[in-house]
Structure formats: structure tokens, C-alpha cells
Design a binder for this molecule. Structure first.
Ligand code: ATP
Ligand code: MG
Length: 344
């Protein structure tokens, strides 16, 4: 049985990176299910959001807002389960069990906590960061909870952005270790599903990925940004002074990022985009990117406006999703508890 799981944190408003790197792929997986026996779960992972301390009220609001945006982007609750992670306690329970078999060394090699600390504390070089730096345990063990999210449902496929590839590799290692330790094939090794866009970069600093949690608002385009904001942000985007448009992620990361965005939205290949715009200057190309982004987001934003007035419906969708997810999660956790000797 094919089981797909993925998550998004309620740490802010989803941006173009979330959209092109994850949400569009969630929608197409949902729409191209091969059989009724497939199961797809998309979770608003609020426990993960606690690793970046937030005001309680903001977190509450952010969760509903994310649900609205997912639905507006085409996630269909008739074809998959959408739910809040904290409504399914088995995520935390399995996470503890996995914690007990994971060497700290496996986690210290992960780069996500380093890049987040780097931004929080404004540290220049990532090489200067180690676990003695004043790191909260939750941020450090984040990938364990993530592995629990995935393995709890015995997921086989996980559609994520390129920044999560390392955590998925870790998840497979954890699954393998558990299976070996208890001599049972409990967890399938989940496969990473990547879209061609892979990684959308920060408009401010194209050496980093676009992130919800970055303190720099103009580093990202939120799915709810007005045409004016989109235009201002793209115009301000860091590029270079080289003439013409060409694709070279290492030498021209800023322009290449815009080409990637343009290509993802239009369905043109990178090569086709470059051929079309090679003689344009940066400003003219930025105008074309702006136009495509605004055009594409317009129907989604209309749908968001509509759903904002139907909070009752959105809450029902989440509740229904949580009920169904809980059923599967409890069954699987029960099996795991028996295997490790907690239950008779
Ligand atoms: P945060 O900064 O709080 O971690 P985020 O922007 O990284 O937020 P997440 O909720 O952590 O968003 O990730 C949701 C999904 O979006 C994941 O599958 C992740 O891989 C993907 N994703 C996040 N940022 C990008 C990006 N810049 N490009 C492509 N995919 C991305
Ligand atoms: Mg993230």
C-alpha cells in the first residue's frame, strides 16, 4: 500500500518556496492517486512550530490560516487527510520511543538546526556552530519528531523540498535501525519525492533558502502578498550586474532563482526561459517574473478570501482529518508498543 505523508509548520504564511517545493506536489499526488487503497496525509505540524517560540495566539491563528491556504491551493479533504499534528498524540509518543534508539551524533550532523541558530543569533559562519552554543533540545531533536510523523503511518512516500532531504535520509536510518533491533519489518523505508523546483532561494540572500521563519519580510513572497508587495519584493531581489539573463546557480544565484521561479510557474524548461529572455536586462526580466507570479496567485488569493469567511467549515475539515488519522495512528502505535514490550 502506498502511504504518503508530509507536513508544514504553522510558523508563518506559506511562501513561494513552500508552494513550488511542496504544496503543488501535494496537490498533484492527491489528484493522481492510482487506487482507492492509497492513503495521503498532510499535517499542520504545530508541535514542530514550538521549536521557534511563538506567541500562543499567533500560533492558533497561524494554524487556521495555513489550513485555509492549503485548501485554497487545491488540497482536497475528500482525497486526503488534513490535520493538526498535536491532535494526534501518537506523534509525540512514537517520538520518545525513537529518541531512545538515536545516537546524538546522528542529529549533530543535521544542518537545519545550525542554519536556524545561525539566523537567530546572527552568526556569520555555520562552521562556528556546535551544540554548546545555547541550543534548545526541541530544535535539536526536531528530526526525531519528524521521523515519528512519517513512520507512525508506515509511510512509503514523502514529498518535501530539497532542504528536507537530509532529514529523510535520517528517517530511513532510524527505520532501519528499529527494524533490525526488533527483528521485524515494522517500518517501510520511506522514499523522498522531490519536485524539479527543489529549492527556492531567499530574495535577500540567495545563499539561503526562502523561509517562513526568516526575520526579513522581503526575503520571501507570501502566498497572500498583494500585487504591489510582490512587485516591490521582486524588484528589490538581490541579483548581479552581469548583462543579460543566464542560468548559473553557483555564479548567479539570484537571477537563477528568478529563472527557477519563472520556469516553475509557466511550465517552461530552464533552457526555454533563458532562450526567451537572454537579451533582457535584469529589470525587464524581473517585471516578467512579477507578472507571472501575480497572475498565478490571483485565483488562490480569491479562494483564500472566500475560505476566511468559512472558518467553521475549515475547523470541521481539520477535526475530521484528526479523527481519521488518530484511528490509524493508534492502531500502529499499539503494534509498536507490543513489539518493544510495553504492552502484552
Ligand atoms: P520554517 O522557516 O519555519 O522552517 P519553512 O519555510 O522552512 O518554515 P516548513 O514548514 O519548514 O517551511 O516546510 C514545509 C515544506 O516546504 C517542506 O516540505 C519544505 O521542504 C518545503 N520548503 C520550505 N522552504 C522551501 C524552499 N525555500 N524551497 C522549496 N521547498 C521549501
Ligand atoms: Mg523549514
Amino acid at each position: 500500500k502506498r502511504i504518503t505523508f508530509s507536513g508544514i509548520q504553522p510558523t508563518g504564511i506559506p511562501h513561494l518556496g513552500n508552494y513550488l517545493g511542496a504544496i503543488t506536489s501535494w496537490v498533484s499526488l492527491q489528484n493522481n492517486q492510482s487506487s482507492e487503497s492509497e492513503l495521503i496525509l498532510y499535517s499542520i505540524v504545530d508541535l514542530h512550530a514550538l521549536t521557534i517560540p511563538k506567541d500562543a495566539e499567533m500560533l492558533r491563528k497561524s494554524k487556521i490560516e495555513i489550513a485555509i491556504i492549503l485548501l485554497a491551493c487545491g488540497i482536497n479533504p475528500k482525497k486526503c487527510l488534513i490535520f493538526e499534528q498535536s491532535k494526534v498524540p501518537a506523534h509525540s509518543e512514537l517520538s520518545w520511543i525513537l529518541n531512545c534508539i538515536i545516537p546524538i551524533g546522528w542529529l549533530s550532523r543535521m544542518t537545519q538546526w545550525k542554519t536556524k541558530i545561525q539566523e537567530q543569533k546572527n552568526i556569520q559562519s555555520i562552521e562556528d556552530i556546535d551544540i554548546s552554543i545555547g541550543l534548545d533540545l526541541g530544535l535539536f531533536t526536531y528530526p526525531v519528531l519528524q521521523a515519528a510523523d512519517i513512520l507512525l503511518y508506515k509511510s512509503t512516500h514523502v514529498p518535501v523540498g530539497d532542504d528536507q532531504v537530509q532529514h529523510l535520509e535520517l528517517t530511513r536510518n532510524i527505520a532501519e535501525k528499529f527494524n533490525k533491533l526488533y527483528k521485524k519489518n515494522v517500518f517501510p523505508l520511506p522514499q523522498t519525492i522531490l519536485v524539479p523546483a527543489k529549492r527556492i532561494l531567499s530574495l535577500k540572500d540567495p545563499s539561503k533558502k526562502m523561509s517562513k521563519s526568516s526575520p526579513f519580510e522581503y526575503s520571501r513572497i507570501n502566498l497572500t502578498d498583494s500585487p504591489k508587495e510582490i512587485s516591490q519584493k521582486i524588484n528589490r531581489a538581490t541579483t548581479d550586474s552581469q548583462k543579460g539573463i543566464s542560468y548559473s546557480p553557483d555564479i548567479r544565484p539570484g537571477i537563477s532563482n528568478l529563472i527557477n521561479i519563472y520556469s516553475s510557474f509557466t511550465g517552461l524548461t530552464i533552457e526555454q526561459v533563458v532562450n526567451k529572455y537572454e537579451n533582457y536586462d535584469n529589470k525587464m526580466f524581473k517585471d516578467s517574473v512579477t507578472e507571472v507570479v501575480i497572475q498565478h496567485l490571483q485565483p488562490i488569493q480569491k479562494e483564500i478570501e472566500k475560505l476566511r469567511k468559512e472558518e467553521g467549515y475549515v475547523k470541521n475539515v481539520l477535526e475530521d482529518g484528526a479523527n481519521k488519522a488518530n484511528e490509524i495512528a493508534k492502531r500502529n502505535l499499539n503494534e509498536i508498543y507490543k513489539i518493544i514490550g510495553l504492552y502484552h
